[in-house]
Design a protein around this ligand. Structure first.
Ligand code: GTP
Ligand code: MG
Length: 195
């Protein structure tokens, strides 16, 4: 079966709430610390190398970037949180914008929290999960860059983080580099988008 996410294409980058595409469809947002691997995870899920822009330098994604899978069905790449070198007023602007987006966006059908498997479940990750739970939006965590660890350590981290997750949130091991867990994550995202 072909992957519905292969069709994803850039439609909009929003720097302010006014620039958001019309609300009311279904969308899945990718959140996580700066440099965690959000844009790379999105590309792996969509089977495209250069859909979302990735970078070695943290702070690459600076807007809410929308990729359309079908009319009114979007994947949303969010700027990373927790990057100290972003100017303070710009950071305050993003944080307020992202918070408004999470509080108000009707279309939000699911949240993917992308975490580096070597630094999982930091404070901001927990906040995002709490936000989702408060709104009744399902959340799925990717422990990405799993290629950096051996199988044993992957399994150990997965079990440890699972114990600390809020109720209802799900989690898996992932790697955009070696494509670990891509199918599993795709099933979750496609389920939420209903594609
Ligand atoms: P911001 O947009 O800056 O918040 O970052 P991001 O979370 O979108 O991260 P991005 O996808 O740009 O990746 C950051 C760096 O991590 C890049 O150098 C990627 O090549 C690398 N990276 C991402 N995923 C993986 C992975 O699964 N394995 C390995 N080894 N490196 C990865
Ligand atoms: Mg990014």
């Amino acid at each position: 079966m072909t992957n519905p996410l292969n069709r994803a294409a850039f439609v909009a980058a929003a720097h302010t709430p006014k620039q958001l595409p019309a609300d009311g469809g279904r969308e899945v947002a990718f959140a996580g610390r700066s440099n965690a691997g959000k844009s790379s995870a999105l590309n792996a899920l969509c089977n495209q190398n250069a859909l979302a822009r990735t970078s070695k330098t943290p702070g690459r994604t600076q807007q809410l970037v929308f990729f359309e899978v079908e009319p009114m069905k979007y994947l949303v790449d969010l700027p990373g949180y927790g990057y100290a070198k972003v100017p303070i007023d710009l950071r305050a602007h993003w944080e307020a914008f992202i918070e408004t987006y999470f509080r108000q966006r009707e279309a939000l059908a699911g949240l993917v929290v992308v975490m580096d498997i070597r630094h999982p479940l930091r404070e901001f990750d927990q906040q995002m999960l709490a936000f989702a739970a408060a709104r009744g939006v399902p959340a799925h965590c990717l422990l990405t860059k799993a290629d950096k660890l051996g199988r044993g350590q992957q399994a150990q981290t997965l079990a440890a983080v699972k114990r600390d997750l809020p109720e209802g949130a799900t989690i898996q091991v992932f790697s955009a580099e070696s494509k670990i867990g891509v199918e599993e994550a795709r099933r979750v995202v496609c389920g939420w988008l209903e594609v």
